[in-house]
Design a binder for this molecule. Structure first.
Ligand SMILES: CC(C)(COP(=O)(O)OP(=O)(O)OC[C@H]1O[C@@H](n2cnc3c(N)ncnc32)[C@H](O)[C@@H]1OP(=O)(O)O)[C@@H](O)C(=O)NCCC(=O)NCCS
Length: 146
């Protein structure tokens, strides 16, 4: 069995994805995640680690522009390359569907996420001061050409 498998998210994945999402700094509610899955512009992926659902990523695709809205790996499965694989496979799929670039926002203090995006060759495109609350933080806007 391959260690990491990435596939589109399905309805049946929702309970586990919502559980994982609670480990994000600004987690989506279960309702938000369920509603998102219904949007035609949503592109949601899950990562399985040795068959176990370990991570979730939610993108949107509008015309030729993709946005990464959330990516979370369960703490028990971190630093195994799962988020990097989710992003790579997700972006590859979005490119095939016509995306030419991807945008995201990240808390300036979120070092693991910023390092992840830098590794995947996202570059800083701007700063939104005081964008996040609880705790207050700036949003770093990052982009990558696909
Ligand atoms: C950010 C997050 C998704 C990374 O997931 P992960 O599966 O552990 O990441 P990976 O194992 O794929 O790591 C890929 C790269 O990310 C960076 N990275 C990941 N965790 C890191 C950490 N704790 N410290 C520093 N860099 C880190 C590294 O550059 C790493 O590459 P390397 O292994 O060659 O050093 C995970 O920490 C998480 O779920 N955090 C909470 C949710 C969150 O903050 N999401 C982002 C919102 S914008």
């Amino acid at each position: 069995m391959e260690q990491i498998v990435i596939r589109p998210m399905e309805q049946a994945d929702l309970p586990r994805c919502c559980q994982i999402e609670q480990y994000a700094p600004d987690p989506w509610t279960a309702q938000q995640m369920a509603e998102e899955l219904e949007f035609s512009s949503a592109r949601m992926f899950v990562a399985l680690w040795q068959g176990e659902l370990a991570g979730v990523a939610a993108f949107q695709l509008a015309a030729d522009e993709a946005t990464l809205n959330t990516i979370t790996v369960h703490p028990d499965f971190r630093q195994k390359g799962i988020a990097a694989e989710l992003l790579k496979k997700g972006l590859c799929e979005l490119k095939e569907q016509g995306a030419e670039c991807c945008f995201l926002e990240v808390r300036s203090q979120n070092t693991p996420a910023r390092k992840l995006y830098e590794k995947l060759e996202f570059v800083e495109a701007g700063l939104r001061r005081g964008f996040y609350k609880n705790p207050s933080d700036d949003a770093v806007v990052m982009t990558k050409k696909l």
